[in-house]
Design a protein around this ligand. Structure first.
Ligand code: IOT
Ligand code: MG
Length: 528
């Protein structure tokens, strides 16, 4: 196994009560593939595991039950204290399986992690997601057959057989497939397809009132633990914009690292935040790289970003596109993160990086909301915490497409609980956004970084502007650009996720032309 990656980054599993032939899997994530079949009196289980070199660590087989686990846990020590003899099992899969013995489906309420799991137990299949649904999990369920995969496109061939289950999230143009909601367990009877669901996490609704110092301390401690749990003994690579979110992560990672950490910033020929990131890198003494992506190449990456994130939301794709472009180019920098670039799902051992990001801090802290009134700030936080599920912003597939593993300390379960639950006046205070975070990190970063206002990655890299220009250059009027972006993203989504086309086969210029044409003929284009 590559020591700095989880044992598995994805899987597909099929449970059949008849002799159905298994599907050919299709994944954007890149890893080694292990396949096996298990036959019992009740059913057959076909498994495809995307692993990093030690497939045995990604599943546990006990008492006739098989557990598949893609991702990792961040509260192993706490969890091992619950086991008889307090012995830490050799893998996260074995740990979860042991907890299942004691707690049943409620074991998943105990986990702080970044994972998707599937448990096949005789007549029953259980799906589970982490609190944030940060490793997406999709399912097709019909009487006598249950299929699941960490990418929707992998289930393309089975979609027609699936029946809608009310406990799942609908997937665009895939009525037979559902997404397992964030923080959920779905417990399915294979013979009938009947499903019982349990919520294992929901965003806190109440707000805590704390003195300034105590609030900042609480945030600092939670974030330190989350960074530590995500770093382990490895040297992380932090994707660094020079804003407070990623600079805080880099600073905390650097403080606990024996040697210099690695940092990398991306920019385009249109815009970058290189000077701001350099200030942080110099302060921390990190081994820092800058990657400039030509704007035309950035836009050509749209199909890859949508293929990996399986998200039809144009705003989210604008956030994820520059990061995808960065991840795909990490191997070009001469760092020890060389990805080889063969693009298939084999090989790549010894090269993947453990990437830490500052992604997601703005959601619980209302950082994208640029006005100072507290009711509006709280409304924005509540709205964003109600609507994140299904957007797949945190999916590891964006970096797994290039053989890396990304993880997001701000969406650690305990950090998120703290951040969401602070009263809005601690988030916006003394005229600053994300005040409590800035206060929590003031002693480890230069003052200019601590007070630097928010600039989104879509702005700092010029992505929003260049995507708009692509459309106006094709004749789409300014006032229809927003709607046209939605249509472009949906069209690409339909090609790469619904139809399963490879992103290299998507002709972006033809898609743009199609949407420009539609927009010219329909004053108010209707999404199909
Ligand atoms: P932003 O916060 O700018 O970027 C997210 C992370 O991407 C940063 O913390 C950093 O780790 C990395 N990053 C950003 N820019 C660069 C760069 N130039 N080079 C290298 N790494 C970089 C959008 C946003 O503004 O991203 N994400 C928000 C809001 C999400 C809204 N979603 C929702 N409401 N459901 C966020 O909270 O991160
Ligand atoms: Mg941010």
């Amino acid at each position: 196994m590559q020591a700095n990656l989880p044992a598995a980054i994805g899987f597909m599993a099929e449970v059949h009560q008849d002799d159905a032939r298994p599907l050919e899997p299709l994944f954007a994530a890149r890893g080694s593939t292990a396949r096996w079949h298990e036959r019992t009196a009740d059913r057959t289980l076909h498994t495809v595991l995307l692993h990093s070199g030690a497939p045995d660590e990604a599943y546990a087989r006990e008492h006739g039950r098989t557990l598949l686990f893609a991702g990792e846990l961040y509260n192993r020590d706490e969890l091992s204290g619950l086991l008889p003899g307090r012995v830490l099992p050799s893998s996260d899969a074995a740990l979860v399986s042991a907890l299942f013995d004691g707690y049943g489906v409620h074991a998943f309420r105990l986990l702080n992690g970044r994972f998707a799991a599937l448990l096949a137990d005789r007549e029953r299949v259980v799906f589970a997601t982490d609190h944030a649904g940060s490793v997406p999990l999709y399912a097709c369920v019909a009487p006598g057959q249950v299929l699941a995969a960490t990418e929707a496109k992998a289930l393309r061939g089975a979609a027609a057989r699936g029946l809608p289950i009310s406990q799942g999230r609908a997937v665009r143009r895939r009525p037979g497939t559902c997404q397992v909601p964030a923080g959920s367990v779905l417990d399915i009877q294979v013979s009938t397809g009947m499903c019982v669901s349990h919520r294992t996490w929901t965003p806190p609704l109440a707000r805590r009132i704390l003195p300034e110092d105590e609030a900042a301390d609480t945030v600092r401690r939670a974030l330190e633990r989350a960074v530590r749990a995500r770093t382990g003994p490895h040297t992380p690579l932090v994707v660094l914009s020079g804003g407070i979110d990623s600079s805080a992560v880099a600073a905390l990672a650097a403080r606990r690292s024996a040697g210099p950490i690695d940092t990398v910033s991306m920019g385009t020929d249109e815009a970058d935040e290189f000077p701001q990131a350099r200030v942080v890198a110099r302060h921390l003494g990190s081994a820092h790289q800058e990657i400039t992506v030509p704007t035309a190449d950035l836009l050509l990456g749209l199909p890859h970003a949508i293929w990996a994130a399986e998200c039809p939301d144009p705003d989210v794709i604008e956030y994820l596109l520059p990061l995808t472009a960065l991840y795909l180019r990490l191997g070009d920098t001469g760092s020890d993160g060389d990805t080889g670039g063969d693009g298939d799902t084999r090989g790549n051992h010894g090269t993947g990086r453990r990437i830490l990001t500052g992604y997601g801090a703005d959601i619980p802290l209302g950082g994208m909301h640029r006005e100072s009134r507290l009711p509006e700030l709280e409304t924005a936080v509540c709205h964003d915490m109600d609507t994140f599920d299904g957007l797949n912003e945190l999916t590891p597939t964006l970096s797994a497409m290039a053989g890396h593993w990304s993880t997001h300390p701000y969406w650690d379960r305990d950090v998120l609980d703290v951040l969401v639950s602070l009263e809005a006046g601690l988030k916006r205070r003394h005229g600053r956004d994300k005040w409590v975070l800035r206060a929590a990190l003031h002693d480890v970063l230069p003052h200019e970084v601590v007070v630097r206002p928010k600039l989104g990655v879509h702005e700092g890299s010029g992505t929003t502007a260049s995507f708009s220009r692509l459309l106006t250059d094709a004749g789409i009027p300014q006032d229809r650009v927003r709607q046209a972006k939605r249509l472009v993203v949906e069209e690409i989504y339909d090609q790469v996720v619904v139809e399963g086309r490879h992103p290299d086969e998507v002709a972006l210029d033809a898609v743009v032309e199609l949407i420009a044409d539609r927009s010219a003929h329909h004053p108010c284009p209707v999404p199909r």
